[in-house]
Design a binder for this molecule. Structure first.
Ligand code: G6P
Length: 614
């Protein structure tokens, strides 16, 4: 939430920062701003809306300079206007700051500064922090780095900040706590900073992921200096990035979301490649291997997540319970962390997160860790905060997901959870050898089956056109297809702004059925399997009330096809793997409906991809 970019070196800072902000726009797009140090002046430009507005606004202004900071905002304190946009300046306009996070005690700091006679221009917590740093600098006569350190000692909350100063133009000071910050070490003594590595990879692959309560001092042409908030110097741990630039481009697709939907045959394969062999009958998730016995013996496994990742956990719950007979509870991270949950050393907590940065998920994990539970992670972003604080974990290897609405990350999460469930089932002896092997070869065939569904795009687009003007929609599924229904409804509402709800099909008669009339599209997962007949009855109930049925069925289906308004066939598949296929048509349907409604598919209003505030 909020993206930050900074540069210091021998190149022009403006193009690097603007390009970086565009890469980070998925983190928020309420406003964008930039501050550049050029020949003794500090030029700040900020504009409500997207980075493109900022570019246009600043086009006739001085954009020179070899050092600067930039910000793309997802508003927390203060409405998203030009004034509240970052960077913020100190009262004497010597300091400029960008910030991702929330300063929780900003009000008390602000009151103290107001009593000293300061007046503020914006409503933001960030401006308060900027004033505080400058106040300390002036009162104590310290240099910028030390003033930042002293100010942060007073701060409660989350921050990734970067500060520059007109009177100390040779350096950039950066610090983080609970919000991500990566430093790229350039080849010619230059430094790149960003909320994630995507703005950096073009220039260097050598990066340092900053840890909580660390402060970096960066001077062009010199070594990176790193200190703890307690002033103890640390040695930066330099890592090599594995990210490739092509993964950050649209590659000929109209939208990132469409590209990411189409990448799924490959991303699912990348996720299981090298981790299983159907022919030889083994699964091995290297990252968590030594924790598997602990999982088998655990009191229970608690899966925590938010948004789409929470839906993946619900699928995981079905798989773990049914295949491995292990007790699983799925929790919204935001509820779990404040509910005073009962956690013991015999619990295993698995956090599932695409970004690995979601504030609530991180905090819930920290809570579980403090109570002695084993904490594991399933993340997509390598080097992310969750992947670093967990005892062990498995990456999903889906590649960068840029569209705000999650697609390929979801199927990759479900793939990892499937592998885990199968591995635990084998270890526990709750699955027969032949069933185990059959499921592995079914999993191996999933990429090709996803491809077959993607080839039905034209039909799905035709169906989307019939419902593009709907104001409400209902999604129904049973068993592990219930989370798919939830995910289908989430996809539709987040990108097309049509109100949609996911329900267990049998629950429909306890309320939602009252909404059904001839205007209401009802999307149902009615694939072959244990609850097929029951879902058919639910479909009849909808039809009796003149609702429109769009059903996802198994190839060759006759019964549902005869009564539904539209059917989308998916290839026959093992029942445990249905979620991996059934979710694909819903992704495409939502995508096409959103495009037809002229919505911003990749950057839906009010949303952000990485939610680093609670
Ligand atoms: C945001 C994103 C969702 C995502 C959720 C959890 O709401 O828009 O796509 O599912 O955060 O994010 P995580 O990175 O933890 O999976």
């Amino acid at each position: 939430m909020c993206g930050i970019v900074a540069y210091i070196g021998h190149k022009e800072a403006y193009p690097i920062i603007i390009k970086g902000l565009k890469r980070l726009e998925y983190r928020g797009y309420d406003s964008a701003g930039i501050a550049l140090l050029n020949d003794g002046s500090l030029n700040v430009y900020k504009k409500q809306g997207k980075v493109a507005n900022l570019e246009e606004y600043s086009s006739d202004k001085d954009r020179g300079g070899h050092s600067g900071i930039g910000h793309t905002r997802w508003a927390t304190h203060g409405e998203p206007n030009d004034i509240n946009a970052h960077p913020h300046l100190s009262e004497d306009e010597d300091l400029a700051i960008i910030h991702n996070g929330i300063i929780e005690n900003y009000d008390s700091i602000k009151k103290e500064l107001l009593s000293k006679g300061y007046t503020f221009k914006s409503d933001t917590d960030t401006e308060v922090l900027c004033y505080l740093i400058n106040d300390i600098r002036k009162n104590t006569g310290t240099k910028l780095g030390e003033a930042v350190r002293l100010a942060l000692q007073q701060v409660i909350g989350a921050y990734a900040i970067v500060v520059i100063s007109k009177s100390e133009p040779d350096k950039i000071i950066a610090a983080r706590k609970s919000s991500p910050l990566v430093v790229g070490i350039g080849h010619e003594g230059d430094f790149y900073l960003a909320s994630d590595a995507t703005p950096i990879v073009e220039y260097t692959k050598r990066v340092v992921y900053m840890n909580d309560e660390e402060i970096a001092v960066l001077r062009a042409g010199e070594e990176m200096k790193l200190y703890g908030i307690d002033d103890v110097e640390k040695t930066p741990y330099v890592q090599e990035l594995e990210l490739h630039l092509e993964a950050l481009e649209k590659g000929g697709y109209d939208h990132f979301m469409l590209k990411e939907i189409h990448e799924q045959p490959r991303s699912i394969e990348d996720c299981f490649r090298g981790r299983m062999n159907a022919e030889k009958g083994w699964v091995s998730l290297g990252g968590i291997k030594e924790y598997e016995q602990k999982m088998v013996n655990a009191n229970r496994i608690i899966m925590i997540a938010c948004g789409t990742s929470w839906h993946a956990c619900l699928v995981g719950e079905y798989l773990f319970e049914d295949l491995a007979r292990i007790n699983v509870e799925v929790e919204y991270a935001s509820e779990f962390r404040y509910r005073n949950p009962i956690i013991t050393e015999n619990d295993v907590v698995i956090a599932v997160s695409q970004s690995g940065e979601t504030a609530d998920t991180l905090a819930a994990l920290e809570l579980a860790k403090s109570k002695g539970a084993t904490i594991l992670g399933i993340c997509n972003v390598v080097g992310s905060s969750i992947s670093r604080i967990t005892d062990a974990g498995s990456y999903t290897h889906a590649g960068p997901e840029i569209g705000v609405a999650s697609t390929k990350a979801f199927t990759a999460q479900v793939t990892v959870l499937t592998l885990m469930a199968l591995s635990l089932a084998k270890r526990k002896g709750t699955i027969s050898e032949s069933e185990f092997r059959t499921k592995l070869s079914e999993l191996e065939a999933i990429p090709q089956k996803v491809q077959q569904i993607l080839e039905k795009n034209d039909k799905i687009k035709y169906i989307a056109a019939q419902y593009q003007n709907a104001s409400n929609a209902l999604y129904l599924g049973r068993g592990s297809s219930f989370p798919v229904a939830l995910e289908g409804a989430l996809k539709l509402k987040e990108i097309s702004y049509i109100h949609a709800e996911g329900y267990p099909a049998a629950e429909m008669k306890h309320g939602p059925i009252a909404l059904i009339d001839e205007e209401m599209p009802v999307f149902v997962i009615a694939t072959k399997g244990t609850s097929y007949e029951k879902v058919v009855s639910n479909i009849q109930e909808v039809k009796a009330r003149k609702g429109k049925i769009i059903a996802i069925v198994t190839e060759g289906d006759v019964q549902v096809t005869a009564i539904a308004d539209h059917v989308i066939e998916i290839p026959e598949v093992d029942e445990h793997l249905v979620p991996l296929l059934a979710t694909i048509p819903f992704q495409l349907l939502s995508y096409h409906i959103a495009v037809m409604r002229k919505c911003n598919v990749d950057q839906p209003r009010n949303l952000a991809k990485s939610v680093t505030v609670e």
